[in-house]
Design a protein around this ligand. Structure first.
Ligand SMILES: [Fe+2]
Ligand SMILES: [Fe+2]
Length: 360
């Protein structure tokens, strides 16, 4: 090992120019080595000098801050590729630049293929070296930003997945609160997924609408069980509490940015086509498209599942009821499409895997 360019007793933080990290020079020619050292020190860099592969490796292993290595392959007896791999193993952050005595660029090609940053042919100007060092720093800065961005994106994905899981848990909790709504949100979500695919909607839309269907009654979480499970007629106040659930659901989801496309299905799934629904008495196409779909699938599930006051309707009976509500509470064209799907057996063997949106 020859020496480093740092003056004894001068901590790296006091280096001229204040640049971080060290640059390794593997060079057999003492005059060139010293020229490297002089220039690098003048530019505020911290050179580490080696005249053999062993020295180069032990410097890399001993100095975690090395970010760049200039390797002159004519200076070593071991195969150059082996040395480069050993350096990359010891510190994957190190960029390698070859200084080559050969004019033929194919000599450097296998190194570039294995990840060397660049090569420079002798004789070179030190201005070239300065530019190369700048390029390496920029490249490493970009690489580190890309890594940070990737980590952030991964974290965002996990957070989004956690929120989705939490909301699904909440919807399941509401289903479980009442014996009459057990698995209601799951069935509505599955029927919605089959229907939206039958309609040929783009993936993002059918995932959002199906997820909205899963969460459509989430606002019922605050409704007392005595009202939720009541089999008798609700008082005016109780009816008001019950009918507030679309708005309560929207209030739950509103602060969560990733849920913004889900809110229309939650807030407007009790609006009627003829303007007699709630909470805003919207009519016809004022009602968001996704909410008109969930209105049908929610309604279909209500009439085809057990209720304390009646048994579930058969497919034929349910179709008849849907037809009678076509254009009254239900969007007429969507109802026609839903009936088509029913009669084509769309819900008999629904090939639907999951109801959840893909994590984007
Ligand atoms: Fe509802
Ligand atoms: Fe519902």
């Amino acid at each position: 090992m020859i020496k480093t360019g740092t003056m004894p007793g001068s901590p790296s933080s006091e280096r001229k120019g204040g640049t971080a990290g060290s640059i390794l020079i593997l060079e057999k020619d003492p005059a060139l080595r010293q020229a490297f050292s002089r220039h690098l020190t003048r530019w505020g860099e911290h050179p580490l000098l080696a005249d053999s592969a062993e020295d180069a490796l032990s410097l890399i292993r001993g100095e975690p801050e090395v970010f760049l290595a200039f390797l002159n392959l004519a200076s070593i007896s071991t195969p150059g590729l082996d040395l480069m791999e050993a350096i990359q193993d010891a510190n994957p952050e190190v960029s390698v630049i070859l200084t080559t005595d050969y004019v033929d660029p194919s000599t450097a090609l296998p190194f570039i293929e294995r990840g060397a940053f660049d090569y420079v042919k002798k004789p070179f100007l030190f201005e070239e070296i300065e530019i190369l060092i700048r390029r390496v720093r920029e490249h490493q800065e970009l690489r580190s930003q890309a890594t940070t961005l990737q980590i952030l994106q991964e974290t965002k994905k996990v957070e989004r997945q956690n929120l989705i899981d939490f909301m699904i848990g909440l919807a399941n909790l509401i289903d479980a609160k009442s014996p009459y709504t057990r698995e209601h949100s799951d069935r509505v979500a599955r029927t919605t997924k089959v229907f939206t695919r039958f309609l040929g909607l783009p993936r993002k839309d059918y995932e959002d609408i199906s997820f909205g269907a899963k969460l459509h009654d989430i606002g019922k979480v605050g409704i007392p069980d005595s009202i939720l499970n009541s089999t008798g007629k609700l008082s005016k106040e109780e009816r008001q509490i019950m009918n507030d659930h679309p708005q309560a659901g929207a209030r739950i989801l509103k602060p969560i940015l990733v849920m913004k496309d889900i809110i229309p299905m939650v807030l407007y799934h009790h609006e009627n086509w003829d303007g007699t629904g709630y909470p805003e008495r919207l009519r016809e196409e004022e009602i968001p498209f996704g909410a008109r779909i969930v209105k049908i699938t929610d309604y279909y599930d209500a009439i085809t599942s057990h209720r304390p006051y009646r048994s579930p309707l058969s497919l034929e009976e349910a179709s008849q009821v849907l037809r009678s509500e076509r254009g009254r509470i239900l969007d007429p064209r969507l109802t026609d499409a839903f009936l088509d799907m029913l009669h084509q057996g769309g819900l008999e063997n629904p090939n639907v895997s999951g109801v959840l949106p893909a994590v984007r």
